[in-house]
Ligand binder design. Structure first.
Ligand code: FUB
Length: 335
């Protein structure tokens, strides 16, 4: 990225009193609710396992419109001490609504050092949420994204490589001993690791099927390769539907793009289409896409509020525009 000090941000942080990241935005009851990570400085040195992301709880934000100057910051929605199976690192969450109940999906590390995904419920979109006693059976890795299709079926997308541990689940069991977070990545000429998707049960609390790969194809119909760092899946999945098509967007991690791919159903495959959000200040890039009153918005984060510190981020919003062919004009977060 160009000299970060000279970049003028396109938009201001939605809250400045705490650090927030990984914003998952939804419209519930005519208002925008944002489910972010709540970044703190846990005093843990930075490494590629992501140990420095030592978050302990969630705080929900709400807005009347995306043009609001500031979001309302709600009280603690869920704390790790109230999640029986979790020990630390409450990473990027998401939320869903069904039949009068709000569901908060969240990843956290258990005592064995593995990430799993939990769910908590509330009658109020801002919480407080009550966690289920166990993680979702068959869940693993990070970054849950819930998607409720027009037919009422709900899906959970998830997964992240390196610190997100996806590469450590390739045998179906968690591989505990690894020297580095890159140890088990496929060779560059092999198909890239994929994000995962599973349909949720009617009660939204469990997987209704074994998670399957979210395959992203290149322009020739071939799965993206592991060496294709500019385009391959890394973490931060998001699903939205536009004009009957399914848009799967995600972060490319070490190349810092938010990219997107389009498919005909929730499972894919999805064909790679391009960059949705260019790299932002800070290492991570993470987003959600949300429609409000006929306009479309990307919620994202950068590290401007902390002067560039990787694990102390702030969430922001910008409008996005679709082209007539259904592709999206890429957003750059700086003027
Ligand atoms: O916030 C912790 C992790 O950083 C998230 O789970 C990733 O998507 C990245 O944003």
């Amino acid at each position: 990225m160009a000299n970060e000090k000279e970049l003028v941000p396109l938009t201001e942080p939605l809250v400045k009193s705490i650090y927030t990241a990984d914003p998952s935005a939804h419209v519930f009851d005519g208002k925008i609710y944002i489910y972010p990570s709540h970044d703190i400085d846990a005093g843990i040195p930075e490494d590629d396992f992501g140990g420095h992301f030592g978050m302990e709880d969630y705080r929900v934000l709400s807005m009347n419109t995306p043009e609001d100057k500031e979001a309302t910051l709600h009280d603690v929605a869920l704390h790790v001490k109230d999640v029986p199976w979790a020990e630390r690192q409450m990473w990027a969450p998401d939320a869903a609504y069904k039949n009068g109940t709000y569901y908060l999906y969240f990843p956290a590390k258990a005592k064995n050092g593995a990430f799993y995904i939990g769910v908590a419920t509330s009658k109020n979109p801002a919480g407080p949420f009550k966690a289920q006693p166990e993680a979702i059976k068959g869940s693993f890795s990070i970054d849950p994204c819930s998607f409720v299709d027009d037919d009422g079926k709900a899906y959970l997308y998830f997964g992240g490589i390196w610190g997100g541990q996806l590469q450590r689940w390739q045998t179906g069991k968690f591989i505990e001993d690894v020297k580095s977070p890159y140890d088990l990545e496929p060779a560059d000429d092999q198909p890239a690791l994929c994000g995962k998707v599973a349909r949720l049960t009617d009660d939204m609390l469990e997987f209704d099927e074994k998670p399957s790969d979210v395959v992203i194809l290149d322009e020739n119909g071939k799965p993206l390769r592991a060496g294709d760092h500019d385009r391959r899946y890394f973490e931060a999945p998001w699903m939205h539907k536009y004009n009957g098509k399914y848009y799967f967007s995600y972060s490319t991690g070490d190349t810092h793009n938010i990219c997107y791919a389009i498919g005909d159903n929730p499972y894919g495959p999805f064909t790679y289409k391009g960059i949705l959000l260019n790299p932002v200040i800070g290492w991570t890039n993470h987003h959600s896409v949300c429609e409000f009153k006929g306009k479309w918005y990307i919620f994202y984060h950068d590290s401007t509020l902390s002067g560039g510190r990787t694990h102390l981020r702030c969430v922001k919003v910008a409008e996005i525009k679709y082209r007539p062919d259904g592709t999206i004009e890429p957003v750059t977060a700086y003027k």
